[in-house]
Design a binder for this molecule. Structure first.
Ligand code: GLU
Length: 445
């Protein structure tokens, strides 16, 4: 990092003590921005970096809720609006016990670059709660969502701040959240939240979009870096939620064999190829642990607390959560001949892991580019809603075009700055420039 960037980083860190995930995300972006600052002194002059690294607003609120036995619980809710230079705050809600302000800030910060890369008019935000949905009844989930929205609704609006899902928040939760928004405001404002069911204002592609998008990006990246395709490759995909499931589905359609997936308890290895319908049934319908996969596929193997990155593969897609792929995992992937790692989750690889992969010629697609298909299709859902249209829907082709556009933007920018195939640098600079130019144009200071 240059001296200017280094001291900026130190300043921001000292103003946000304890937010280690935010510091990590910040570092990963700042260390790639020196060349663009050298080329454009106006960014430095107008303190664009300082502005871009400080959220526009941060809301923290109390979320009380009642369990099925009448017990009272108190959780904490967050919503960070990071940047609105190119559109309303846009980004998901995460319900997970590990969530802190630092988690939400890192996610909202990453969202700034991701959303800009899509080329669509969406600013950045993120929210969530330390609520643990695991083991809760449907009614408890409903009561929690209603209480959460009772606090949050006053800050939302289809042109102000538009949440969606993330870990622990799917179509069911979006339904309860929207229902409460509608109840309180007496407005059927479809575009105030995305990831809705296609039955009432959503698009069918949204649920699949992040996972499909990762695979579209991976296909382009393989072609550009190794002159290869997905067809005939062996893949492992961590996680078994929305992103992992539909990434596996698309990998299979593209001719790969997916031999492993996981949840936070363990890893499933199925040499016959993971049966995606079974995973959907376990995780989306029955909401049980992935170990249950063995009941219908007795020849598969389950390794409790196993490490999925130990399994030899050509393609690895980390689609579970942040910092799940560490330095030693990257070394194992390299040793076993992996040629591409594409991030479906947000910041799943540590900086040490990324540098091992990049220096060993493993094509590496960072999440803010590779997993942007989800938020891109959310932006398309907002367009459908703004037209008050029920019949108009967007096709998979449109998602594919957007992912190709993102891939091109990363590639061209990396080349422009003399680092071909450095997708981390390409994504950061391309996303940064779009937001920075809008901020300059607005005279935001
Ligand atoms: N949570 C997703 C992400 O990390 C999607 C956000 C959205 O659709 O607004 O990009």
């Amino acid at each position: 990092m240059s001296d200017t960037i280094d001291s900026l980083y130190e300043q921001i860190v000292s103003r946000s003590p304890g937010e280690s995930e935010f510091h990590q995300a910040l570092y990963e972006v700042l260390e790639t921005l020196s060349p663009v600052l050298d080329k454009h002194p106006e960014y430095k002059e107008h303190k664009i970096i300082e502005l871009l690294c400080e959220p526009e607003r941060q809301i923290i609120f109390r979320v009380p809720w009642e369990d099925d036995n009448g017990g009272i619980h108190v959780n904490r809710g967050f919503r960070v609006g990071f940047n609105s230079a190119i559109g309303p705050y846009k980004g998901g809600l995460r319900f997970h016990p590990s969530v802190t302000l630092g988690t939400i800030k890192f996610l909202a910060f990453e969202q700034t670059f991701k959303n800009a890369l899509t080329g669509l008019p969406i600013g950045s935000g993120k929210g969530g709660s330390d609520f643990d949905p695991k083991g809760k009844s449907d009614r408890e989930i409903m009561r929690f969502c209603q209480s959460f929205m009772t606090q949050l609704y006053r800050y939302l609006g289809e042109s102000t701040d538009v949440p969606a899902g993330d870990i622990g928040v799917g179509t069911r939760e979006i339904g309860y959240l929207f229902g409460q928004y509608k109840r309180i405001t007496q407005r059927y404002e479809s575009g105030v939240i995305t990831g809705k069911s296609p039955d009432w204002g959503g698009t069918w592609i949204r649920k699949k979009a992040t996972g499909y998008g990762v695979v579209f990006f991976c296909e382009e990246m393989l072609k550009a870096v190794h002159d290869e395709t997905i067809k005939g490759k062996t893949a492992v995909v961590s996680g078994s939620g929305n992103v992992a499931t539909y990434a596996m589905e698309k990998l299979k359609v593209s001719g790969a064999k997916v031999i492993a997936c996981s949840d936070s308890d363990g890893v499933i290895i199925d040499e016959n190829g993971i049966n995606v319908d079974t995973v959907i049934d376990l995780k989306e319908v029955r909401r049980v642990r992935i170990s249950e996969y063995l009941t219908s596929h007795p020849t598969a193997k389950y390794i409790e607390n196993g490490n999925i990155w130990e399994i030899p593969c050509d393609i690895a897609l980390p689609c579970a959560t942040q910092n799940e792929l560490k330095e030693d995992d990257a070394k194992l992937l390299v040793k076993n001949g992996c040629i591409a790692v594409c991030e479906g989750a947000n910041m799943p690889s540590t900086p040490e892991a990324i540098s091992i992969l990049q220096s060993n010629n493993v094509a590496f697609g960072p999440g803010k580019a590779a997993n942007a298909g989800g938020v891109a299709s959310s932006a398309l859902e907002m367009q459908v809603n703004a037209m008050h249209s029920a019949s108009y829907d967007y096709s998979e082709e449109r998602l594919h075009e957007i992912m190709n556009h993102i891939h091109r933007a990363c590639c061209q920018t990396a080349e422009e700055f003399g680092e071909p195939h450095n997708y981390v640098l390409g994504a950061n600079i391309a996303g940064f420039r779009r937001v920075a130019n809008a901020m300059l144009a607005f005279g935001l200071i």
